[in-house]
Write a new protein. Structure first.
Length: 159
């Protein structure tokens, strides 16, 4: 395993030879959630505690927690590539977003071999979960401020 997973949050695993310590941070969100441990078990325990603290802190403050890898990111490409993609999407009678998403999914499938089925399942489950959650709660606007980082340092839980 090259990263940790807990409650749909993914965390990195790093090692500091100098400190003889493992450490990491939650990936795919703007808030800084970090953790550490001298062993793999202690690292994983601290990771889970950090995620639980983050979720509890968000609940206490009435803030919606950030969703890791929410499905949106900017890609900067040369102008000619942008134009070619947009024209090809139009020729295929689809949106630029759908066209690029399909290219990315096909590339993932081709490059991951046996994991291709897993990726497709994740994409499908993600779409179903998003639709189900939107129906239950309506679309919730996310708080873009990084209040957890500041709040963590005030509460003494800075990692």
């Amino acid at each position: 395993m090259n990263h940790l997973i807990y409650k749909n949050y993914h965390g990195s695993i790093e090692y500091s030879k100098e400190d003889k310590l493992m450490y990491g941070k939650v990936l795919g969100i703007k808030s800084l959630i970090s953790y550490e441990g001298k062993t793999g078990d202690k690292l994983e325990k601290d990771f889970k505690e950090a995620v639980d603290f983050y979720l509890s802190d968000c609940e206490d403050r009435g803030v919606e927690p950030e969703v890791a890898f929410k499905g949106s990111f900017n890609v900067r490409v040369p102008r000619k590539v942008h134009m070619a993609l947009a024209l090809q999407a139009k020729a295929n009678m689809t949106s630029l977003n759908s066209f690029v998403r399909n290219i990315l999914e096909q590339n993932l499938m081709a490059n991951q071999g046996a994991r291709a089925v897993e990726v497709k399942k994740l994409v499908t489950v993600s779409k179903v979960s998003k639709a189900r959650n939107n129906r239950k709660r309506g679309v919730v606007k996310r708080n873009k401020k990084n209040a957890v980082r500041a709040n963590n340092s005030r509460s003494g839980k800075s990692k």
